[in-house]
Design a protein around this ligand. Structure first.
Ligand code: SF4
Length: 407
């Protein structure tokens, strides 16, 4: 069997034309929405009674990386129809898509729906690596067992890995702007340690300022290590490993915030070592992916238009979706929902509060009278779910969807 990517182990080529034709048809049947495609073209829709306007961001929903990984997972099922098929964890951060993957008989190796353990796998077993990639140690373990891979890691994630590997080889500590326990950041940080390097994960600008102060003035090492517990490499010593640093980021962070992290770390290094030696002590590379950037830019433009409220649709553990919600929250009432059922009634909506990390309920969320609602969705949200939400919203406003389609 041919390979799709370099590596020691066998990587299965699934992109045969006969397979991909079948996959395309199945993926469309699961996730396509004619309504959403029509709205995407038009940009907005007004109900026949003129009371409700729905405006869509220009870019939303599935990104190229997610489309590719879903195609490959579906193709794997077709190439290995009778063989057990495993996946390391959620393929992307969308519960409905993961349900579909499970419904195809793919067994999860982690998470709340875990059905098998990596230790149980053996030679020839087929394992899907999700779009976020996986940690080097897990990959090596599977390689040693002789497993076959269906590697759906997004190319944009792999380009971050390339940077972090280079930092490690050059004895540069990677400061990674991201969430320490996000699959992608865990995979990225493992690239540093696999190459004898060190890393430190910072999530917020407050974290960054703390690190910057330490770079400039030093501080209490034990406090530092306690504060960032779980977010640095084994043996990391802030007194030693913050002298030559390179900034990288999880691909789905807020662009402006990542740039600010870079600026602050650069300024701290310059203050400590001087402008002349800056290049010996500091590197950075912007690794926000194009799809995340496009969705944030499109929402920024949408938010300049008059809107009464914003719906952000996507999985609650989706980082890029959370950032879209964060952008909305700063401007207007924003509801981050995973599906249409969260709009319980015109009075009650359940939605994700990312600051409290839990679902909350809001009353009287849907005003009566003339209303303009902005809609966007994260890179892991399929169009059929977006359609369900639009239908539900229109229904709660007392308009039949058939009327909308004729409009
Ligand atoms: S959000 Fe970006 S990094 Fe993640 S799968 Fe999509 S394109 Fe790739």
């Amino acid at each position: 069997m041919s390979t799709e990517a370099p590596g020691k182990s066998k990587v299965v080529n699934l992109r045969r034309p006969d397979i991909m034709d079948l996959v395309k048809a199945q993926v469309l049947s699961h996730y396509r929405s004619e309504l959403v495609e029509r709205l995407r073209g038009a940009g907005q829709v007004v109900t026949p009674d003129g009371q409700t306007t729905i405006k869509l961001a220009k870019e939303f929903g599935f990104c190229y990386g997610v489309e590719r990984c879903i195609d490959l997972a579906y193709a794997a099922r077709k190439v290995f129809p009778d063989q057990p098929l495993y996946i390391l964890g959620e393929i992307i951060h969308n519960p409905e898509v993961n349900d579909q993957i499970r419904a195809m008989g793919v067994r999860f190796l982690s998470g709340p729906h875990k059905q098998a353990d990596i230790d149980d796998l053996g030679r020839g077993d087929v394992v899907i690596i999700p779009a976020f990639g996986t940690e080097v140690s897990i990959r090596r373990k599977l390689e040693e067992k002789g497993c076959q891979f269906v590697d759906t890691t997004c190319g944009d994630v792999m380009s971050v890995w390339k940077r972090v590997r280079q930092y490690a080889r050059d004895s540069v500590t990677s400061i990674i702007h991201g969430k320490a326990y996000h699959e992608e950041t865990m995979a990225t940080s493992s690239q540093a340690t696999a190459n004898a390097g060190h890393y430190l994960v910072v999530l917020t600008l407050a974290d960054t300022d703390y690190v910057c102060r330490y770079i400039v003035e030093g501080g209490d090492k034990h406090e530092f290590l306690a504060k960032f517990k779980g977010g640095y490499s084994e043996g990391f010593d802030p007194d030693t490993h913050l002298q030559v640093v390179g900034v990288a980021n999880q691909t789905t962070m807020m662009r402006g915030e990542t740039e600010e992290v870079q600026r602050r770390v650069r300024a701290a290094i310059e203050k400590r070592f001087g402008a002349t030696d800056l290049q010996q002590h500091f590197r950075f590379f912007d690794t926000i992916c194009g799809a995340t950037q496009d969705r944030q830019d499109a929402l920024q433009r949408l938010l300049r238009e008059p809107l009464d409220l914003l719906l952000v649709i996507g999985g609650y553990n989706s980082s890029n979706t959370a950032h879209l919600a964060e952008m909305g929250e700063a401007m207007l009432p924003t509801y981050f929902i995973k599906n249409a059922a969260e709009m319980v009634s015109g009075q009650l909506i359940r939605h994700w509060n990312q600051h409290q990390q839990c679902a909350v309920e809001s009353q009287n969320w849907l005003p009566t009278g003339k209303l303009t609602v902005g809609v966007t969705a994260g890179a892991s949200c399929p169009n059929n779910l977006i359609e369900d939400c639009i239908r539900r919203l229109i229904g709660l406003r007392g308009v039949a969807v058939d009327d909308l389609l004729q409009n």
